[in-house]
Unconditional design. Structure first.
Length: 109
């Protein structure tokens, strides 16, 4: 209901940000449920149990990057100190994504 009211007020960015946030959260929850179902199964391969949790972390990091960029689009100038804080958070999230992707590659070997 809130999204419909925001559309009528012309706040399309807020609606898009909320929708993106909720869809990505639903994907994360689905991945967590799938992982728990796999974990409680009879087949237990220790290295394969780690991979779904790494995928969840990867999805969470990408979700946060998308939300940060959507929220800060056109909001800051290049000389604003808050803009530098957003850039540093994006850099750390990017490093985290690379390290998680590398860990997934190692687990699949």
């Amino acid at each position: 209901m809130e999204g419909v009211q925001s559309i009528f007020r012309g706040q399309y960015t807020a609606v898009a940000n909320g929708l993106l946030d909720r869809v990505l959260l639903a994907l994360m929850l689905a991945e967590i449920l799938y992982t728990l179902v796999q974990f409680t199964g009879d087949r237990i391969d220790r290295m394969r149990l780690v991979e779904p949790f790494l995928v969840i972390g990867l999805i969470a990091a990408v979700r946060r990057i998308l939300i940060i960029t959507a929220e800060s689009a056109g909001r800051f100038s290049l000389y604003n100190p808050e803009f530098l804080a957003f850039l540093s958070e994006l850099a750390l999230l990017s490093l985290m994504i690379l390290s998680i992707a590398w860990a997934i590659r190692l687990v699949r070997r």
